[in-house]
Design a protein around this ligand. Sequence first.
Ligand SMILES: Nc1ncnc2c1ncn2[C@@H]1O[C@H](COP(=O)(O)OP(=O)(O)OP(=O)(O)O)[C@@H](O)[C@H]1O
Length: 467
Amino acid sequence: MRPFTCAIYYELGDTASPRHLHAHQALCNAGIDMLPPRADTASTSVRLLGFDEVNDEVLSRLSRLAAPGTWRVLAIAFAPFAHPRTAWQLLEHGAADVVVWRNDSDGAREVAARLARWTDVDAIVTSDVVKRNLVGRSPAWLRTIREVAEIAAYTDVPLLLGGETGTGKELIARLVHTLDRRPTKRDLVLVDCTTLMPELSGSELFGHERGAFTGAVASRDGACALANGGTLFLDEIGELPLALQAELLRVVQEGTYKRVGSNSWQQVKFRLVCATHRDLTAEVQRGTFRRDLFYRIAGITCTLPTLAERTDDIIPLAEHFIRQVRPDLDTDRVEMDDAVRDYLVGRAYPGNVRDLRQLVTRMIARHPGAGHLSVGDIPIDERPVASDTVGDWRGDAFARGIRLALAAGASLREISSEASSMAIRIAMDESASLRSAARRLGVSARALQLRRASEQTSTPPSMRPRR
Ligand SMILES: Nc1ncnc2c1ncn2[C@@H]1O[C@H](COP(=O)(O)OP(=O)(O)OP(=O)(O)O)[C@@H](O)[C@H]1O
């Protein structure tokens, strides 16, 4: 067993109780390297928090210890003193894990097993394969990566990745496949469910026989067959047509499917990773996503943090993208001015990491290749508007418009709807791309695209904006 460096923390005053000393001895016997009580050295990697009862003082000490970016705390509650509510309270106050210590041999074994798991997961998180592909050391990001690494290495249950657009769901799906420890692991197959055509009856997923539909000139394997023995990543699973949801349920549940146009069943086995930016539980409530399928694909769910929740990662990500976009540049010499750094950190990113990547790409395209990246490299449509053109928009002109609308008998709904349509039209007219218009409006590009599409279908042709 690997030796662990850890400190045991006695909560009941400075003198350790016999129970704690017993536990201490049992942990030492289990191969866990213990530091003396109250040792407070920065080099210790694990801290054990042992206590007989949970009171406010213990909980607030725990919260301080486990504050983001400080310690990962494994709390030990000594039975029979631990109340059934205790474990929850400890988790709520930041403990990463809780062991209820029933007797010395079980308790020590359990602690050792948990620490071994932590050490293994830490080794994955700090491995080259993770560091090379995924940038980020913020507490929110590290928490996510740890969770994903553990799922990938120790389980094969279906994983559902949530999170806004551009938060890195596809990248994480690829990581799960890379970290998967199956000895005979085969390929990763990616399917974007927004591109599945219902009229092909799921041929992209299940394959088809020759002549199954017009254009099926030869039989073909679908994604399920290609992913057999590997990983199937279904991106934007929330967009999967209802008819195909039933078919997919059978594959996930029983591992069987039929090719389109065939009567014989095929067997498959793959790891399933799905991703969505939608709230699938709300879709289940609305009846647009099957409840049984939802529970099948969401064996474990993991929601990726937005860039706003991990602002510490913005500059390292920007530097990573500079290196990616211009590998020919001497990145040590292409530094960012403080003003550029402040701008990048303070800016809103509705499209999250993808937005940041696009912005850095545009900046580096303007950069001559020598010297610092300065505010002059910031694209024109990104620059602040001169202050004299920015008045109080809720002023007289706005009120005049509303008065005219009310006088013409417009309802509140019509006024609100027209105001947002006009904002979209103006932002689109004044921006170089849909993405930068979306940024000005504080919405994601996808949301803007959907909104424009729905306006175009609901507005009579004569009233449609020309763009
Ligand atoms: N932690 C990260 N480190 C490096 N690059 C990242 C990271 N997170 C995201 N990216 C990059 O950001 C872009 C968007 O990531 P990705 O496509 O994985 O997001 P997504 O959540 O799947 O987006 P969508 O929901 O729109 O499909 C990609 O270019 C990806 O390489």
